[in-house]
Design a protein around this ligand. Structure first.
Ligand code: ATP
Ligand code: MG
Length: 304
């Protein structure tokens, strides 16, 4: 990509990402973000947005190649959302240009008996990305402050000694998560968290589509409807979670998710914004290493 085109794209990316970046949790209110927001873009801009997205994806691939070559930083992208908000599709589209060797997706579903025999961060810790890689968590340890909070019987299953389960348990979990993410940042693992914010109305439309279109039937789960009944509890839990865990070193992006094309642009933009801030470059070789390359070249050229 031409460097002035790149500069322009990066500038535009920052413009799409920054309105949704939350770094100071205490000021955050969920109602300040409209799930239907598309910034200033209307549906007539969709094609241009798609074009920008594909350029963004190209740029991401370039950054990722440098991240890998440099082998210093790792990037952890966490996705949380209500059902049908578009986590899977966003991950699929935004990461479509990335070299699969440099990227790993981990999905966290209901915990297994082995998981429940450990602390709540344990299963996620094992899936952290290596240096040079991008790790994606499709759901994460944040579920332990969301679904587990909305359904207290799940907390019972976690086998925590009862004297440690008090009224401050969620505050304690948030604090532990903040410290943990701070620890990751201190180790060069950059954490960025995405809440794809869909409206209740749009979720209903997507569920109906899953029920009506045979090729989407497989996506439907009766459990999703049961969870929908707890919508307000979930929204409260999400808001409280973001208020307590959005920090400068590990911000949340609360991304409007009623329009899939916009969600994808905003998420790609946020990842670009993050990678730009790392000032990635290919490793510079020492004088000796360059001499060795030259010798190798001469040896190859002098072969019969
Ligand atoms: P998704 O719904 O993310 O697209 P899926 O439909 O393939 O994925 P599900 O079988 O629905 O997978 O698994 C996700 C479910 O696992 C969610 O309902 C989520 O709340 C639940 N889950 C994730 N982490 C936990 C946890 N720590 N404790 C209890 N339930 C959890
Ligand atoms: Mg599901």
């Amino acid at each position: 990509m031409q460097s002035n085109g790149k500069h322009d794209l990066i500038k535009r990316a920052c413009g799409f990402a920054s309105p949704f970046r939350i770094e100071r949790g205490e000021e955050f209110r969920l109602r300040d973000i409209d799930p239907g927001d598309t910034l200033h873009l209307g549906s007539e801009d969709k094609d241009r947005a798609r074009e920008a997205l594909s350029m963004g994806i190209e740029l991401l691939a370039e950054f990722q190649d440098k991240l890998y070559a440099q082998d210093r930083w790792a990037l952890l992208l966490i996705f949380q959302a209500m059902d049908a908000a578009g986590k899977d599709g966003t991950i699929k589209h935004v990461m479509s240009g990335i070299n699969p060797q440099g990227c790993q997706v981990s999905s966290f579903k209901a915990p297994s008996p082995v998981d429940l025999d450990h602390d709540f961060l344990w299963r996620c810790m094992q899936q952290l990305p290596e240096r040079g890689r991008i790790g994606i968590f499709n759901r994460s340890y944040y579920e332990d402050t969301l679904v587990v909070r909305v359904h207290p019987e799940l907390l019972q299953q976690q086998k925590i000694p009862p004297e440690l389960v008090g009224k401050d348990i969620w505050k304690e979990r948030f604090r532990d998560i903040r410290h943990y993410e701070n620890y990751l940042a201190n180790n060069g693992i950059i954490v960025r968290k995405f809440f794809l914010h869909v409206s209740k109305k749009e979720q209903k439309r997507r569920f109906l589509e899953r029920l009506e279109k045979p090729e989407k039937n497989w996506k439907f789960s009766a459990n999703d409807i049961r969870e929908r009944a707890f919508w307000d509890d979930y929204m409260e839990a999400y808001e409280d979670m973001i208020r307590h865990t959005a920090t400068k070193e590990a911000p949340w992006y609360v991304v409007p998710a009623d329009n899939k094309w916009f969600t994808r642009v905003a998420v790609a933009a946020a990842i670009i914004e993050t990678l730009v801030s790392l000032d990635l470059h290919y490793p510079k070789l020492s004088k000796e290493a360059l001499e060795q390359l030259d010798q190798a070249k001469q040896a190859l050229l002098s072969e019969g």
